[in-house]
Design a protein around this ligand. Structure first.
Ligand code: 8YV
Length: 317
């Protein structure tokens, strides 16, 4: 097999770099003394980018500098750090790692729920609560299954009602926030969902309400959340993600009714290894001329192997 050159722009999860480097020629851009110069000299040899984490941006500016780029294999189910629209319009496939981390992240959602509600002196109770899940995808469903086992009523909000699920659908997030007292965010990040939980939604959640976020910090207006927690217009929050990661506002850190984790939803050795393996499997399939295994919605695989970036750009123009 001819060498297959993969670029990793930022450090991220070391398990990804370790695994990919066993099988491919991996270039670690962050270790280059002059990354800009490295890209100018070697960018054309890169056929795939492996993105090792939610903070490793793969934007149009980077992809433009890699004229031979065919595939961006990103670790994690969320890929809002990758400009998949741009990739799709330029014939570049983006893959993520769906399915291998749902249970792990759902466990953390439940851990945060219990920690945020119970604190463990004389506290609020999980009994008789209704959990509103925002974005009932794979992770949302894994959370909902757990919530049912805890005796909670589950309702959900998303872009569409799903006829095959047993939970009540709310088209309006505000109406759902009024009807539930545990709001669990499992929707993707990105411009469409930015600040979907703002002061108005927190107001609708109400003084007994608890916000759990294991999705992306961008979904929540963090300033509004700090205000709601400080003034106790909501009861508590359990957060694994933050608006400006890795920075967490000092006000949030100081709040007694906020339980905070450092974005560890998928962080078990077993699951992180499975995620890295999924990145590698995509790279291997592609380097062998096969279809990508887990392309994201913006870059569906249509079996058009051989379409060049120029052709793709011409089609989309
Ligand atoms: C990250 C995640 O991938 O899957 C996701 O969307 O946010 C996590 O599993 C992980 O934190 C690496 O950044």
């Amino acid at each position: 097999m001819p060498p297959f050159d993969v670029l990793m722009p930022t450090a991220g999860l070391s398990v990804v770099a370790d695994l990919v480097a066993e099988r491919m020629r991996l270039h670690r851009l962050w270790l280059e003394p002059d990354p800009d110069r490295w890209l100018a000299e070697h960018g054309a040899s890169i056929r795939a980018v492996a993105s090792a984490g939610a903070q490793g941006k793969v934007d149009a500016a980077l992809m433009r500098r890699l004229p031979g780029l065919e595939l961006v294999a990103s670790v994690g189910v969320g890929y809002d750090h990758v400009d998949a629209e741009w990739a799709g319009a330029h014939g570049i496939i983006v893959t993520n790692t769906p399915g291998v981390l749902d249970d792990e992240v759902a466990d953390v959602a439940m851990a945060l729920t219990i920690m945020a509600v119970r604190e463990l002196p004389l506290t609020a109770s999980l009994r008789d609560r209704t959990m509103g899940v925002v974005g009932l995808g794979r992770i949302g469903k894994a959370v909902a299954r757990r919530a049912e086992a805890f005796g909670l009523t589950v309702v959900y909000h998303g872009r569409h009602a799903q006829p095959d699920v047993p939970y009540r659908y709310f088209q309006s997030l505000k109406a759902m926030a009024e009807a539930c007292d545990l709001l669990v965010l499992t929707a993707p990040g990105g411009p469409e969902t930015r600040h979907m939980v703002d002061a108005e939604i927190l107001g609708a959640l109400g003084p007994d309400g608890v916000l759990i976020n294991i999705a992306r910090g961008s979904l929540v207006d963090e300033e509004a959340l700090i205000e709601a927690l400080s003034k106790r217009t909501i009861l508590a929050a359990g957060l694994d993600v933050f608006e400006h990661e890795p920075n967490v506002p000092a006000e949030l850190l100081a709040l007694p009714n906020a339980v905070l984790l450092p974005h560890v939803g998928s962080a078990s050795v077993k699951t992180r290894r499975a995620m890295a393996q999924c990145v590698l499997d995509n790279l291997i399939a592609w380097s062998e001329g096969k279809a990508p295994l887990t392309p994201v919605a913006e870059t569906p695989w249509r079996g058009r192997w051989g379409r060049t970036r120029g052709e793709a750009a011409a089609e989309s123009a």
